[in-house]
Design a protein around this ligand. Structure first.
Ligand code: HEC
Length: 136
């Protein structure tokens, strides 16, 4: 009796986990990067700043932030702190923006690229990245 109850419990936990992990192909999951298809849709490009910022983060010739950082929805980088609970950890948006614009201001020896001064990202792109990062 107990054994079969355990089997049923195990199966329902597996089903629940399966449905939680199933990633819808179009929609953006809050707290994770947008789906690559959403970013590449030229006929209907994302219009909101958060999704645009997420696409900039993902773009290898732009942010490529996951090369160093663990970011939900990407294969984890692990040479830099994971980008999690950003709103709690960066209540001051200007500090977060400064880190992304020019990490050298906070750590002169940072290996994080100075995205702003080196014009890897435009100021407008940095603003959008900040909006996205705050959703993580
Ligand atoms: C070459 C590796 C590298 C890349 C690429 C990179 N970072 Fe970083 N990042 C770091 C390191 C290392 C730190 C730790 C602090 C420091 O040394 O500046 C850091 C720190 C941060 C922090 C502060 C995290 C904390 O917990 O205090 C944020 C936010 C951040 N990076 C965002 C980004 C974003 C957004 C991108 C992409 C636009 C990015 N990083 C790309 C290496 C990188």
């Amino acid at each position: 009796m107990r054994k079969s109850a355990n089997i049923i419990l195990g199966a329902s936990v597996a089903l629940l986990l399966g449905s939680l992990l199933a990633i819808p192909s179009q929609a953006q999951i809050p707290g994770a990067v947008p789906d690559a298809k959403v970013c590449k849709d030229k006929d209907n490009p994302p219009k909101d700043a958060v999704t645009q910022g997420g696409c900039i983060v993902l773009e290898r010739t732009k942010g490529n932030c996951m090369a160093c950082h663990a970011i939900a929805g990407t294969t984890a980088g692990n040479i830099a702190p994971p980008l999690v609970q950003m709103k709690q950890r960066f209540p001051d948006k200007t500090k977060l923006r400064a880190q992304i614009d020019d990490a050298r201001k906070l750590n002169p020896r940072s290996v994080m690229p100075p995205f702003g001064p080196n014009e890897i990202l435009s100021q407008d792109e940095i603003d959008k990245v900040v909006e996205f990062v705050l959703t993580l």
